[in-house]
Ligand binder design. Sequence first.
Ligand code: C2O
Length: 575
Amino acid sequence: MPGSWLILVLAVSSAAALAHAATVEHTFTVATLSWPRICQPGNVSITSVKGVPGPMIEAYEGDTVVVHVINDSPYNVTIHWHGVFQRGTPWADGPSMVTQCPIQPGGNRYTYRFNVSGQEGTLWWHAHSSFLRATVHGALIIRPRQGAAGYPFPRPDGEEVVLLGEWWNNEAVISSNVYADAYTINGKPGDSYGCETTANRYNRRAKFEVTGNSTYLLRIINAALNTAFFFKVVGHTFTVVAADASYTTPYKTEVIVIAPGQTVDALMVADASPGCYCMAISSYQSGFPPPQAGFNGNTTTALVEYAGAATGGQQAPALPDMPHPVDTATANRFYTSLTALVRPGRPTVPLSVDTSMFVTVGLGLRFDPSCEPTPQTPCQRIPVASMNNQSFVLPDTISMLDARHRKTPDGVYTSDFPDQPPVSFDYTNKSKQVVGSVAAALLFPGNPSTKARTLRYNATVEMVLQNTALVGRESHPMHLHGFNFFVLAQGFGNYDGNTASGQFNLGNPQVRNTIAVPTGGWAVIRFVADNPGMWFMHCHIDTHLSIGLAMVFEVEDGLTPDTKLPQPPPDLPPC
Ligand code: C2O
């Protein structure tokens, strides 16, 4: 039969193409685009790469990815490849003023060049300068070298990217509201905002077409600036097979929970009776005291439509029963149920630790430095965020990586990020700690600074991340650049090393690049510092990153030539 011959020929030629690593090349022009508002007439100018979401990058493990970024927008821009290790390519990581100066407006360009080796799964790319990532982001998919046959789970019949975002009707960079006007699925707000009659009515609902009894791999990405989501599809369940591009032991669930920065790969079998089903996201509000009125409580929808199911004139399908916005129990059940899929040849947890750190993460207060008090109008305190009492601020002359390379850190950063908070106290019990100098030492972290923790090449690092309740407790999704880490244990309340070490999973702990530290709780992570460079670690909630919830690991060179910081590429943007 000619048909099967064609398939055979394609299979042979694609196998040949996969035998050696290829180069995947893109040109991303970041520019101003006019985009329809939600529930308001007219358009808004957004900064993006061809819209929201931007183009997807698809590669095979071991490929080289080359992206030429041209900045035609009015803002300084950098792009970060979230979750890519950047081994040997620290100048391509992307965080503005950490590994590079931004690409300035006016058609300036920089080419990011890196390998995707030793990692497979769903990652993404996003702007890493001011709040631009609200509209400058897209998926980055790394498939196994041998294609879908290389998945450690039954080969799915189809794959879909499900990219979750937040939308502001005013450009996010200048919007003063931390709460989004809408949540989006693949850039679309669904039909639950009740504004179908506005002038800019358009196809506002993402649609996923499925064939009955087929299995789909959903690659779910949370690209939202500030919001964690619950994710469900009416009448369907999921088997989670990966998180943050690390395979997991298959985990069956009806609800997926995903914090900003995280990804979840889940198999969904289309085994319901043919019809249309609602896919939905709603926010998980981990803060306590609970957020004041104002957060977006919408359940945002997309459509899962079976082939051949009659849709004409049909009513909107029923919404799923979403968890309550403050349902920390459901979030915690999901977050703590994942374990790694142990496979031969994959890194295992380091059993001994050279560098132990205990790091508080949380919010505090400080005086507005620009405020001049008068007896009538005392200065207001403004929110600040810190790790171990250090509130991080980006340098403004040269990037930290450049300063390290030139051996001129003076005036750019210092290498004294502390391994402990300045005082220990009852971190998570607000009532006991509000007064007194002990808590005050962390409540008012003082002036922002630019601090790094130096790590010897190949050091094994354990970090306990402890949330504080000084202003309010909250789950902070902590993201580490340049590495994956093992999540040994998580819990609520104050970390106690004596009891917690008995709970450490040293056999198959989940591997992530972003850990949602439980609200009013702690998480223990380990990683091996085998990647020389300057690696940002920060909360992936943009409103917290921008007020200082960050630090940097300065990983020293190793002894061999290929473990030394490379020279900067010739087109590295100047400051
Ligand atoms: Cu996805 Cu530094 O971030």
